[in-house]
Design a protein around this ligand. Structure first.
Ligand code: NAD
Length: 295
């Protein structure tokens, strides 16, 4: 996979301007990463609050670079001014790659993708940052499915190297090459994967969350589980903290897609922890309360 991706990165036409749909945890991170690597990005949301948070997060990351002496004030201002927060689509016709990062809901994504497809150039590429929804399902809403693929970043975008580039049945080779090249230009390590619910990483991750849910059912303490996974097993964080970072609302929507795709592997027992957190509105860091409290 890696060697194919390397070749595709060489073959793919470079992206000059990008647009990101959604300015949440992921959309904000993608727009920042793109701009900081020299590809200006428009960032579109339906919520002014999300746009403001997205810009504040970008400024925070740039400030850290400034403090560490890795950037000067001029470069910081330049990066910030190359992210254009907006509540409308004006200017989207100039983007050559558009990354969709709105809520993990197939109906919302399909509506946003087909709306945007009508506004962009015939050669522009649409990519979805969906965590789990098959690309072929989302492609059904499009009239140019050959120009569409998955571009799945991980959280936090500025730190996680991997990007899954997901090839749907109708995705063209040129689309794959251009998205691989864009990911590489953003300093990421793209891998090209085939389409299925959860692609590669979330097929591994959701059964892990399932095991965590069963441990809790059997009386396990989430703090102790996190401590063992982090301190003794050596992972960067345990499952409870990871879910708080991901967002329990996003995890809940993604889990529903996985359960539909793999019912035999995702029995109800496996899903309870995430479902209960979602139903009690403990969404994690984004609303200040998840498994842990954040003030
Ligand atoms: P989030 O809740 O932080 O942000 C979603 C944003 O989409 C919100 O700002 C919301 O206002 C906006 N939005 C909703 N409808 C919209 C519309 N019609 N047009 C424009 N914006 C709209 O969610 P997130 O964690 O950033 O997740 C976004 C996508 O990225 C999902 O598909 C998710 O599965 C995927 N993803 C999430 C993670 C993660 O760890 N959170 C990791 C990888 C991929």
């Amino acid at each position: 996979l890696k060697s194919k991706a390397k070749q595709a990165a060489k073959d793919g036409k470079p992206t000059q301007r990008a647009a990101v749909l959604g300015a949440g945890i992921m959309g904000g991170g993608i727009a920042y990463q793109s701009a900081s690597r020299g590809v200006p990005a428009m960032m579109k949301d339906i919520s002014q609050d999300s746009l403001e948070t997205g810009m504040q997060e970008a400024a925070k990351l740039l400030n850290k670079q400034l403090e560490r002496g890795r950037m000067n004030g001029m470069k910081m201002a330049q990066v910030l001014s190359s992210i254009t927060p907006t509540l409308n689509y004006a200017g989207i016709e100039t983007a050559d790659v558009i990354v969709e990062a709105v809520v993990e809901n197939p109906k919302v994504k399909a509506a946003v993708l087909s709306e945007v497809e009508q506004l962009i150039g015939d050669n522009a590429i649409l990519a979805s940052n969906t965590s789990t929804i098959p690309i072929d399902v989302l492609a059904e809403s499009l009239s140019r499915p050959e120009n569409f693929c998955g571009m799945h970043f991980f959280n936090p975008v500025h730190r996680m190297p991997l990007v899954e580039v997901i090839r749907g049945k109708k995705t063209s080779e040129e689309t794959v090459s251009r998205v691989v090249a864009y990911a590489a230009a953003m300093g990421k390590s793209p891998v090209v994967v085939n389409d299925c619910p959860g692609f590669f990483v979330n097929r591994v991750l959701f059964p892990y969350f399932g095991g965590f849910s069963q441990l809790l059912k059997d009386g396990g303490d989430f703090r102790k589980i996190d401590k063992v996974m982090e301190k003794e097993f050596g992972w960067p964080m345990g499952p409870a903290y990871l879910l708080d970072v991901v967002g329990l609302d996003t995890a809940h929507h993604a889990q529903a897609v996985m359960a539909e795709g793999f019912p035999e592997r995702m029995a109800k027992d496996y899903r309870d922890a995430i479902d209960v957190m979602f139903e009690t509105e403990r969404f994690g860091q984004k609303n200040g309360k998840g498994f842990y409290l954040y003030t």
